[in-house]
Design a protein around this ligand. Structure first.
Ligand code: NAD
Ligand code: TYD
Length: 350
């Protein structure tokens, strides 16, 4: 049995990936290493928690000794690394958490994998999951390709860029079998409600203001989370060592249009007269260093490995809204306690 370590598997994207691998590959044993920060939630994996090919390990990738010991003990065959601090606004208020987890944590995993696999790199893959935000901001035209120079603007994207550089350097210097993918914004079930879409779903549900930063004209390229997990599956198995692959939805929306679309679907699903929730839209102070536009050219992944998004936005968006409406207990559990404090701090400063 192949032993695959997935880090950050209790988070949004990680939980979808863990489920996909546990169900699709009975011959793999999936180890999910997660610190269970505010963003990690084992409720996301209830349906597979007792699967015979799944093990949860609670731990912090910043803890060097712990990571080294774990690799010695478990002899993993491969790593898919998603664990990260992932929210731009939090990175503005506490950058050090991002520097520790995203940079030091990635370095710890690379070092542990390097010692474990030293004479045998070709047989062991280290796959690092990254973001399109490392490329910086686009103007009104153009796309990020794998050749776009890095130009991160937030502590989050700068920490992810640093980790990408380390992963690439360990391939170039030591010959490790490393692959990186850079994906656009994900949406779907289980996303923590600090990010735009679930935050607005939660607020529409409770008739609370929908905070739109600046003009609302910033653009993001949205991809359904299960499509991202499928792309990771393809790249993990077929991607070439030392390569980067961009993953995107080819699906650009301004923030204000996304919020209006959500209002349309939510009002319908909640049986409110169309347009009722439009009055909740509230323009607030812009995010510092706010990137204008992200848009991915994913043609390399399509042409070389045959991946394309399979879920249309209209379908994925409605599925997402319905999931949150059917899982209000989940929403309530993750938005109580510490989250409320964060929300008040973050949104009363605006
Ligand atoms: P998330 O915040 O929902 O989950 C992150 C997970 O990592 C959580 O389960 C958390 O407990 C865990 N974690 C955090 N610090 C840790 C530590 N020190 N040790 C062990 N575990 C730790 O994030 P997400 O949105 O699922 O993103 C996953 C990955 O994908 C990240 O690397 C992110 O940069 C990348 N990514 C995200 C998006 C997006 O739109 N969400 C897009 C592109 C790339
Ligand atoms: P977010 O979901 O935080 O993802 P990212 O910053 O990684 O792209 O934000 C998506 C967009 O929505 C981004 O342009 C910032 C904006 N935004 C708001 O306008 N209001 C909000 O309350 C949040 C969280 C984000």
């Amino acid at each position: 049995m192949k032993k695959i370590l997935i880090t950050g598997g209790a988070g949004f994207i990680g939980s979808h990936l863990v489920r996909l691998f546990v169900k699709k590959y009975p011959a793999y044993h999936v180890y999910n290493l997660d610190k269970l920060t505010y963003a990690g939630n084992l409720e996301n994996l209830k349906d597979i928690e007792n699967a015979p090919n799944y093990t949860f390990v609670k731990g912090d990738i910043v803890d060097t000794e712990f990571v080294l010991q774990l690799f010695k003990q478990e002899q993993f065959d491969d790593v898919i690394h998603l664990a990260a601090e992932s929210h731009v606004d939090r990175s503005i208020y506490s950058p050090m958490d991002f520097i520790y987890t995203n940079i030091i944590g990635t370095a710890n995993l690379l070092n542990a994998a390097r010692s474990a696999w030293e004479h045998n790199y070709d047989e062991h893959r280290f796959y690092h999951i990254s973001t399109d935000e490392v490329y910086g901001s686009l103007g009104e035209t153009g796309y990020f390709t794998e050749k776009t120079p890095y130009s991160p603007h937030s502590p989050y994207s700068a920490s992810k860029a640093s980790s990408d550089h380390l992963v690439r350097a360990y391939h170039d210097t030591f010959g490790m079998n490393n692959v990186i993918s850079n994906c656009s914004n994900n949406y779907g079930p289980n996303q923590f409600p600090e990010k735009l879409i679930p935050l607005c779903i939660n607020n529409i549900l409770h008739n609370k203001p929908l905070p739109v930063y600046g003009t609302g004209k910033n653009i993001r390229d949205w991809l359904y989370v299960e499509d991202h997990a499928k792309a990771i599956d393809v790249i993990f198995h077929k991607g070439l060592s030392g390569q980067t692959y961009n993953i995107g939805g080819n699906n650009e929306w301004t923030n204000i249009d996304i919020v209006k679309k959500l209002i349309e679907i939510m009002d319908e699903e909640l049986g409110r007269p169309q347009g009722t929730s439009l009055s909740l839209i509230t323009y607030v102070k812009d995010r510092a260093g706010h990137d204008l536009r992200y848009a991915i050219d994913a043609s390399k992944l399509k042409n070389e490995l045959g991946w394309e998004p399979s879920i249309k936005f209209t379908e994925g968006f409605r599925l997402t809204v319905k999931w949150y409406l059917n899982n209000q207990q989940w929403l309530q559990n993750v938005t109580s306690g510490a989250y409320q404090k964060y929300y008040e701090q973050m949104y009363t400063q605006h």
